[in-house]
Design a protein around this ligand. Structure first.
Ligand code: NIG
Ligand code: FE
Length: 416
């Protein structure tokens, strides 16, 4: 049996004997820690921890690796519950177009945006797409992500949507970190179906969904609920169809305008509703009576210059909030979850404890993984960040441009 003992940990962060499934409202400001701690891992799982003052000593040295991390903190890896890391090429030119005055919507209306990425992806082979995506997968793991959700939605035809989902499956089969797959065929209306949206929706529901379910390629189904994309009623139709195939709902909602995406997501029992720039007080009331995780994507709001979603107001209203990266080529070309945590503090006024919980336990909950990762708890997967020598966990969001990760441990083994 492979065993790892980490000792002389300056602070062991987010420690629970019995982990909560998620943290809401005032609970988000609580971050249980052990100072001067040790942590024991067996077969890739957390088994025990405590203070160095009460360290029981080592009785069995067989297959034991001991790691002395004096001055470093150990925390659970980030969980990134919303990404689009499977894509081809990039959209650098649109970045420059926006600098020069065009809006995201104007670029999309000219056939750029998501359709631009779809054109590139359709021309890319599955193997090439896998290689490009794997680079980003390794990039975000090195930045501390220890569980991830990845969406399709740049194929927009059956062959290419399946190609994306198979690439996600190949990333999952690397067995490095937990991966959840989301079918996002309803990301945009492909050029071939312009003016004939219902035909596209029918195809997606009656042809693609059964094929995806048959091959077990997706855990979730997502829709971009937005003016010019999919209306609330269409979103509902697609999510209900997904449900019949065992896919749980997630929704891109209220990003560019108020489109009743939150209401629709809650009605469909969505696990999460994401973006929320145009979320209003009524939506906050709707979320209060739901199990749907409001998820903020600060990278997209920053990159597109959108109004800030009311994260602080949500927490003050007693809601849980998760933060994720939305890593994608058009609206958030970064999957750096430490940066997302900094933005949560700097722009959204979460305190460091709330921000840390938002990018670990709550973002894990937004993909049904909070029993597997997201806190330091017995039985959980040992996907951990060992920090460089820092003064406190609050230094992580404070030093927003610094790489403060010393080691990444995946399944109880040093990965980086
Ligand atoms: O989450 N909002 C819709 N989808 C993506 C952006 C997609 C793109 O521009 O490529 C998002 O922001
Ligand atoms: Fe997204």
């Amino acid at each position: 049996m492979q065993k790892l003992l980490i000792k002389n940990i300056k602070t062991l962060v987010s420690v629970y004997e019995q982990a909560p499934l998620k943290l809401s409202g005032k609970e988000m400001a609580v971050l249980p820690c052990i100072e001067n701690a040790w942590l024991a891992i067996e077969e890739g799982r957390i088994v025990d921890f405590g203070s160095m003052d009460d360290f029981p000593g080592i009785t069995d040295w067989k297959n034991l690796e001991v790691m002395d991390v004096e001055g470093s903190m150990v925390m659970p890896c980030f969980a990134d519950s919303h990404t689009h890391i499977v894509y081809a090429g990039n959209r650098e030119q649109e970045f420059v177009d926006r600098i020069n005055g065009l809006t995201y919507e104007e670029i999309a209306n000219r056939g750029g945006g998501i359709l631009n990425s779809a054109n590139k992806l359709r021309e890319t082979s599955e193997d090439d797409l896998f290689e490009q995506s794997k680079q980003r997968f390794f990039e975000v793991i090195a930045q501390g992500t220890g569980a991830i959700e990845i969406k399709s939605g740049y194929g927009l035809n059956k062959e290419s949507e399946l190609k994306m989902l198979r690439v996600i499956k190949r990333l999952k089969n690397l067995n490095l970190i937990p991966v959840k797959a989301t079918f996002l065929g309803a990301h945009a209306i492909p050029a071939e179906y312009k003016g004939n949206k219902q035909a596209y929706i029918d195809l997606l529901i009656n042809d693609w969904l059964p094929a995806i379910a048959e091959e077990k390629l997706a855990d979730y189904i997502d829709v971009f609920c937005e003016k010019g994309y999919f209306e609330a009623a269409e979103t509902k139709q697609i999510l209900e169809a997904g449900k019949k195939h065992g896919l749980i709902a997630k929704v891109h909602a209220e990003q560019l305008s108020h489109s009743n995406g939150i209401k629709t997501a809650v009605e469909c029992g969505a696990i999460s509703v994401d973006h929320l720039e145009f979320c209003n007080d009524k939506d906050i009331e709707i979320l209060k009576n739901s199990g749907t995780m409001p998820t903020i994507l600060p990278g997209a709001a920053l990159f597109l210059g959108l109004p800030l979603p009311p994260a602080r107001k949500m927490i003050d209203a007693g809601l849980p909030v998760a933060f994720a990266s939305d890593y994608n080529p058009g609206s958030s070309p970064s999957g750096n979850m430490k940066l997302m945590m900094s933005l949560a503090c700097i722009q959204y006024k979460l305190n460091p404890e709330e921000a840390l919980n938002a990018v670990t336990i709550n973002s894990a909950a937004a993909m049904h993984l909070s029993q597997e990762v997201g806190t330091i708890s017995p039985g959980k997967c040992a996907n951990l960040i060992v920090t460089k020598k820092i003064s406190s966990y609050g230094f992580l969001p404070y030093a927003f441009g610094s790489d403060l990760i010393d080691k990444i441990i995946l399944n109880g083994k040093v990965w980086k």
